[in-house]
Design a protein around this ligand. Structure first.
Ligand SMILES: Nc1ncnc2c1ncn2[C@@H]1O[C@H](COP(=O)(O)OP(=O)(O)OP(=O)(O)O)[C@@H](O)[C@H]1O
Ligand SMILES: [Mg+2]
Length: 355
C-alpha cells in the first residue's frame, strides 16, 4: 500500500455514480419511469465553481436535492472531504452537513419569511452554527445538536455578526437593512439576504439553484459578481445550477451539461462554451444565439423521458449528427480533448475536432 501522503488530495465534494429514477403516473394513468439522474459523477474543490447546465427537466434540481440530502439517490455516493455522507446516520449527518453545505434558491421572496426581519433570518443560523459564536462548531463538535449557545454570544455580538454578513453581501449601510422585512427590499436585495443567511453558518459549499433567473437582468450581474467574490475571497465551493450558459461561463470554472439526467459534457467553462463537443451542448449554445424558446435545446420540447430500459442514446431523436450506433447503444462517458463527453461522435482515442 502506498503511504497516505502520496494519494491525490481529497476533494471538497466528490459525487460518484448518482442515479435517481422517479415513478410517475397516477390513478388510472400508466406508470412511467423518469430517469432524473443516471451515472452522475463530478468533483468540486474549495474555491471552485462548477455549473450544472441543462434545459427544464434535465435533472438539475433533483441533483441539488440529493446533494442537500433532502432526498436519497437510488445509487451512488457523495463524499465530502472524503467522508461518505450518505453512509452516516441521518440525524447526525444532516446536522453537521447543514453547517457545511448551504442552499440558495431561485425565489428569494419564497425562501424568506415575510413576517420576519432580515435580522431574524440571520440570527437563527448564526446561533445554530455560527463560527466564533458557538465554540462547539469551532472544535468540530457541531454535530452535537441545535442551538448550542455560547455564554459569550450576547445579543450585541450576534447583531454585530449579522451586520458583518450584510456588509459581506454588499447591503450597505448594513444598519439600514437589518431591521427591514423582505417586502421592503428589492428582488436583488432579497437574494443578497438569502446569500447572507447561507453564509451565516460559514459553509464550505453553496448550492445555488437558478439564483439569478427571477431577478431583473440589470441586477443579475451584481449577484453573480458577489458569488464570484465569495468564491475567491472565502474559497467557497459553488455549485451553480442554471439553464443559462452565459452565467455558467461567467461564474464557473467548469461546466457540466445535463441531458435527461446524464452529464453529456464536462469540461473547463471556456472550452465547453467556445468549442462545444456534444451536439446537445451545441444546440444549447445555438439557443442563446436565437433566444426564441422554440429553439431552446435544439428543437422539440422535452416532455417525456425515455424509460430506463432504453438502449439508444437519449439525445438520438433530436440529434442532427445521429448515426446507426446511436440508436442501438447508449454512449458511455469518454475522456476527450480535456473534457468528458458522452457521445458516439467521440470514440476512445478520436482526434480533437479542432485538430
Ligand atoms: N418527486 C418527483 N416525482 C416524479 N418525478 C419527478 C419528481 N421530481 C422530479 N421529477 C422529474 O424528474 C425530472 C427532472 O426534474 P428536475 O426538477 O430535477 O429538473 P430541472 O432540471 O431542475 O428542471 P427546471 O429547469 O425546470 O427546474 C423531470 O422530468 C421531473 O418531472
Ligand atoms: Mg429545477
Amino acid at each position: 500500500m502506498p503511504p497516505e501522503t502520496s494519494a491525490a488530495p481529497t476533494r471538497l465534494l466528490d459525487v460518484r455514480g448518482i442515479r435517481k429514477v422517479y415513478a410517475s403516473g397516477g390513478f388510472l394513468a400508466p406508470t412511467r419511469r423518469v430517469v432524473a439522474a443516471e451515472g452522475v459523477s463530478f468533483g468540486l474543490d474549495r474555491g471552485e465553481a462548477v455549473a450544472l447546465v441543462g434545459e427544464s427537466g434535465s435533472g438539475k434540481s433533483t441533483l441539488a436535492r440529493i446533494l442537500l440530502r433532502l432526498e436519497p439517490p437510488d445509487a451512488g455516493q457523495i463524499l465530502l472531504d472524503g467522508e461518505d455522507v450518505l453512509a452516516r446516520e441521518p440525524r447526525r449527518a444532516s446536522l453537521g452537513y447543514r453547517g457545511r453545505v448551504q442552499m440558495v434558491f431561485q425565489d428569494p421572496f419564497g425562501s424568506l419569511n415575510p413576517v420576519h426581519t432580515v435580522a431574524h433570518h440571520l440570527v437563527r443560523p448564526l446561533l445554530r452554527h455560527g463560527k466564533g459564536l458557538n465554540p462547539a462548531k469551532d472544535v468540530g463538535a457541531h454535530l452535537a445538536g441545535p442551538l448550542v449557545l455560547h455564554q459569550r454570544a450576547t445579543p450585541q455580538s450576534v447583531r454585530a455578526r449579522a451586520l458583518d454578513l450584510l456588509r459581506t453581501v454588499g447591503l450597505e449601510p448594513a444598519e439600514d437593512f437589518i431591521d427591514r422585512h423582505p417586502y421592503e427590499l428589492s428582488g436583488g436585495q432579497r437574494q443578497r439576504v438569502a446569500i447572507a443567511r447561507a453564509l451565516a453558518v460559514d459553509p464550505d459549499l453553496l448550492v445555488a439553484d437558478e439564483p439569478t433567473s427571477m431577478l431583473d437582468v440589470s441586477i443579475r450581474m451584481g449577484v453573480l459578481n458577489l458569488l464570484l467574490q465569495l468564491k475567491k475571497e472565502r474559497r467557497l465551493g459553488i455549485l451553480l445550477i442554471t439553464h443559462d450558459l452565459a452565467s455558467a461561463r461567467y461564474l464557473a470554472d467548469r461546466i457540466l451539461v445535463l441531458y435527461r439526467g446524464r452529464v453529456v459534457e464536462d469540461g473547463p467553462s471556456a472550452a465547453v462554451v467556445e468549442s462545444p463537443a456534444h451536439p446537445y451542448t451545441r444546440a444549447l449554445l445555438a439557443s442563446i444565439a436565437d433566444s426564441s424558446p422554440r429553439h431552446a435545446g435544439g428543437g422539440k420540447p422535452v416532455e417525456s423521458h425515455a424509460d430506463s430500459t432504453e438502449v439508444a442514446c437519449p439525445f438520438a431523436a433530436r440529434c442532427p449528427n445521429v448515426h446507426d450506433v446511436c440508436l442501438k447503444i447508449d454512449p458511455q462517458p469518454r475522456e476527450f480533448d480535456g473534457r468528458t463527453v458522452r457521445c458516439h461522435l467521440y470514440p476512445e482515442g478520436a482526434p480533437s475536432p479542432r485538430s
